[in-house]
Design a protein around this ligand. Structure first.
Ligand SMILES: Cc1cc2nc3c(=O)[nH]c(=O)nc-3n(C[C@H](O)[C@H](O)[C@H](O)COP(=O)(O)OP(=O)(O)OC[C@H]3O[C@@H](n4cnc5c(N)ncnc54)[C@H](O)[C@@H]3O)c2cc1C
Length: 287
């Protein structure tokens, strides 16, 4: 019998007992504001105003439990922020082929095909820390007229979080920017599409020109999305203590672990992480 006990992030006592061992797979701490504030070194203060894309249970309980019994943590300072829809149920797509980001002045401010940390940093620097994902009918056609939640786009247009406008002037009025600014931004961007080069921000991925109304804009903010830090494991998914020794019977896999993704997880790699290390941990714990 193997047993571990301690106190969770919210102070609740716990005991885990198993015949052979325990696999921690409790995810990261993207929804734990206090933990984010304690470990954050690279962003402005991460207060309650910076919301998370994660479910509310991503509170780092496994990290707290493992450290209670001597586990080492690694890369805790690397907290991933991403630009995300203010109302996630009206998000149109993660695709940026036919999308640009504009701020409340109707101006682009970043290459939309950039690194997540660069885009998040740029979005945080905008007035109100807000921006809009601007697109036209080309995106609508690309996504088959459905939101990321599978709803008909036009049924969830609310004029605030998801705006639809027949003209650029109408869109400018809805997002509160100068119409000429927005028109200039779109004209400049369309010339970059034509030339395959973005001299302003260095974007490399282009779809169609944004010239086919009606136009759509999704209001966006920056959210905590992934926590790259967590308990240290070896290649057998065994948890290591602060001296680098294996803690017998304790395994971990997924976002509860650290040291897998470096400073900035690439989109898609978390699934590889959880499957690869989940399988290794499962096989080893059952031996
Ligand atoms: C909106 C969104 C989109 C994403 N899209 C992608 C993508 O396209 N590709 C990609 O690779 N990654 C993506 N990710 C990241 C990826 O989903 C996560 O990194 C991954 O799900 C982490 O898996 P996990 O099993 O480690 O933890 P989780 O999936 O977070 O599961 C942890 C589980 O442990 C439970 N738990 C926590 N604490 C306790 C406790 N004390 N007691 C009991 N149970 C507990 C939780 O309730 C939860 O069920 C996305 C993340 C989000 C939020």
């Amino acid at each position: 019998m193997v047993g571990v006990s301690g106190v969770t992030a919210d102070g609740a006592p716990f005991t885990l007992k198993a015949n052979k061992g325990v696999v921690l797979a409790t995810g990261g701490f993207a929804s734990n504001v206090e933990m984010g504030q304690a470990y954050n070194k690279h962003w402005l203060p991460l207060g309650e105003n910076i919301r998370s894309t994660n479910v509310s249970s991503s509170t780092g309980d496994g990290i707290a439990m493992a450290t209670e019994i001597g586990a080492n943590v690694i890369d805790m300072e690397w907290i991933q922020l991403v630009p995300a829809a203010t109302k996630m149920t009206v998000g149109l797509s993660a695709s940026i082929n036919n999308t640009i980001y504009v701020n409340h002045e109707g101006k682009r401010f970043v290459r939309e095909d950039g690194r997540r940390d660069d885009m998040a940093g740029a979005a945080l620097a905008q007035p109100g820390q807000e921006y809009y994902r601007f697109s036209d009918m080309h995106l609508y056609e690309e996504i088959g007229g459905l939101t990321t939640y599978g709803k008909q786009v036009d049924e969830v247009v609310d004029g605030v979080n998801l705006i639809k406008a027949e003209t650029l002037e109408e869109m400018a009025a809805a997002i509160g920017c100068d119409a000429q600014n927005l028109i200039d931004t779109i004209n400049a961007y369309n010339s970059y599409v034509e030339n395959g080069e973005d001299p302003e921000f260095g974007r490399k991925v282009f779809g169609e020109k944004l010239d086919k109304g009606p136009y759509y804009a999704v209001k966006g903010e920056v959210r905590v999305h992934h926590t790259m830090g967590g308990v240290e494991i070896n290649e057998q998914a065994q948890v290591l203590d602060t001296q680098g020794n294996v803690i017998p019977g304790l395994y971990a896999a997924g976002e509860v672990t650290g040291g897998i993704h470096g400073a900035n997880r690439l989109g898609g790699n978390a699934i590889a992480d959880i499957i690869v290390f989940g399988r290794i941990a499962g096989e080893n714990v059952s031996k």
